[in-house]
Design a protein around this ligand. Structure first.
Ligand SMILES: Nc1ncnc2c1ncn2[C@@H]1O[C@H](COP(=O)(O)OP(=O)(O)OP(=O)(O)O)[C@@H](O)[C@H]1O
Ligand SMILES: [Mg+2]
Length: 514
């Protein structure tokens, strides 16, 4: 048996202020951390490069010679996994944003609260250990093998796959039921893709999203002059979808009068345009879905019994995610690999602790909620793995897993980005700022910088959406803010700032004052 004690973690303190170095060293040494010091950014970089790499670096932002943000970039490019906590007496938004953008683990305000510094060091070192622990992560699946997009090897999902296979050969009407976000539309598309109608259109109609007075025109079309505003003849979805597949989503929300007309399509293959007298033959396969209890609706006479039986020839019940917990790791890997492919995130791994949290969660919003959580966490994660600290608080809080690691934010236990607005999905949780921008832009372009997940495209989309919501003319705001930033970046040199934004000096000064 070896009697050597485990080596204490090494912390490098980089600050040109002797007193700060002294007091920080005292605080950190009280926890048996081994502290080494550097009196400038240049010296600190040399120490990291020479190695052995410290477990953690505390780095001052304002120093004579090279500043902390620049030193941070050198350190992270020499060792991309190096954990760095920035220290600043000026908690400006710019410093905070730049610190996180260039990959700092966190930043801490001077003067220090010793307890906070120690908690921060502990959290950073825990995250460091967690990241090392996921080093040999093996994904459970290869997303390329799941072109269908439906992932899951649980027995209930295997049964779903079998039924999909069985119904593709015929034109039988299929009713898909299940909670929101369980994959009903995904299954409907899969049936269509494998059917003989695959070369013909698949048209999805969300019956809950279209007002009752418009749905008939939407589905069956209308004749010119049939109602106010019907200035031209318009073909409906059934006619457009002739020989194809119509997906009637949220059929439980359809008005009784429309239900009668759907029955006619199913029984006779006939429609009539709104305001028309001609009977038109259509050949469509119908797949319907709902998260409502249609049996109860039939009893309550809010859903036609005859239509219910016509639709319910084959029933596919999508199981909620909580009944197929074993599928969670596969869906997580699928989501991560898809995000990487779409260049929306770089994260490929999940720590074992985080996976336990994800597997134990009840997922009231089902796969859609899981997808959303993985996206949010992947955007926030600082290394190549999602750790427990990266998961949204409501997911972490709902399980009994003890983590010890918390998200950055000066020792606070909340995630660094707070939520700004809900996503459109009914049950999905709100979205962090960075993700809101990414959601708006879709597949991202080039990154702003290696340490950030927000793209320039995404930033513009986010900005446009936010300014549009404010309802003010956008350009003056944008010009003023850009002018102010340019002036700050040029350290007050108006001529230089004006050049950088492509304005004359006078125009820049005018914008700044607006
Ligand atoms: N088994 C699965 N594997 C991978 N992704 C899935 C799976 N099931 C659902 N998803 C994804 O989850 C999201 C929600 O799926 P979908 O829209 O099909 O659900 P839904 O049951 O129609 O929900 P709603 O009732 O709210 O309309 C989609 O992004 C889909 O790609
Ligand atoms: Mg749906």
């Amino acid at each position: 048996m070896s009697d050597t004690l485990p080596k204490p973690p090494t912390i490098l303190v980089i600050d040109d202020d002797t007193e700060i170095r002294y007091s920080l060293t005292r605080v950190l040494s009280s926890r048996k951390y081994q502290v080494i010091e550097a009196a400038s950014g240049e010296q600190g970089i040399a120490m990291v490069k020479k190695g052995p790499a410290p477990d953690l670096v505390f780095l001052d932002v304002r120093m004579g010679g090279m500043g902390g943000i620049e030193a941070l970039q050198h350190i992270r490019s020499a060792n991309p996994k190096q954990l760095v906590v920035l220290m600043t007496a000026f908690g400006t938004a710019q410093t905070a944003i730049e610190a996180m953008k260039y990959g700092a683990f966190d930043y801490v305000m001077k003067p220090f609260d010793p307890a906070k510094v120690l908690t921060l060091a502990e959290n950073a070192l825990k995250a460091h250990a967690d990241m090392r622990a996921v080093g040999d992560y093996k994904p459970t699946i290869n997303a390329d093998d799941y072109r269908e997009g439906i992932v899951g090897s649980s027995p209930v999902m295997q049964d779903v796959f079998k039924v999909i296979g069985q119904v593709t050969a015929s034109d039988v009407t299929v009713m898909i039921t299940g909670e929101s976000g369980t994959g009903k539309e995904l299954v409907a598309r899969s049936i269509w893709k494998h059917s003989h109608r695959t070369s013909k259109p698949f048209i999805a109609v969300n019956c809950a999203a279209i007002p009752d007075n418009l749905i008939e025109s939407e589905l069956f079309g209308h004749e010119k002059g049939s109602f106010t505003g019907a200035t031209v003849q318009r073909l409906g979805k059934f006619e457009l979808c002739d020989d194809g597949t119509t997906f009637l989503d949220e059929i439980g929300d359809m008005a009784l009068a429309t239900q009668t007309k759907i029955l006619r399509v199913l029984q006779q293959g006939e429609i009539q345009r709104v305001g028309g007298t001609e009977t038109i033959k259509v050949d469509v396969r119908i797949i319907a879905a709902t998260n409502k209890d249609l049996e109860e609706m039939v009893k309550a006479k809010t859903f036609r019994e005859d239509l219910y039986y016509r639709l319910n020839v084959v029933r596919i019940r999508m199981p909620p995610l909580r009944e197929r917990g074993d599928d969670v790791p596969q869906i997580v890997d699928f989501c991560l690999q898809s995000l990487v492919k779409q260049k929306k995130a770089r994260v490929t791994k999940v720590s074992p602790e985080a996976m336990v949290v994800l597997t134990r969660h009840k997922w009231p919003g089902n796969v859609r909620e899981l997808e959303n959580v993985i996206y949010r966490s992947a955007v926030i994660a600082q290394g190549d793995a999602i750790l427990v600290k990266d998961l949204p608080a409501e997911i972490r809080g709902a399980t009994g897993v003890e983590t010890g690691a918390v998200a950055p934010g000066s020792g606070a236990s909340e995630p660094p980005c707070e939520m700004v607005r809900p996503v459109t999905a009914k049950s999905a949780p709100p979205v962090p700022v960075k993700q809101a921008a990414e959601l708006a832009v879709g597949a991202s372009g080039a990154s702003l910088a290696s340490g950030t997940n927000l793209t320039l495209e995404g930033a513009f989309d986010f900005l446009h959406a936010e300014l549009a919501r404010a309802g003010e003319p956008m350009l003056p705001v944008v010009e003023r803010e850009l002018a102010r930033r340019a002036l700050a970046a040029a350290e007050g040199d108006a001529a230089l700032a004006a050049k950088s934004v492509g304005l004359t000096k006078a125009a820049l000064q005018k914008r700044v004052k607006e």
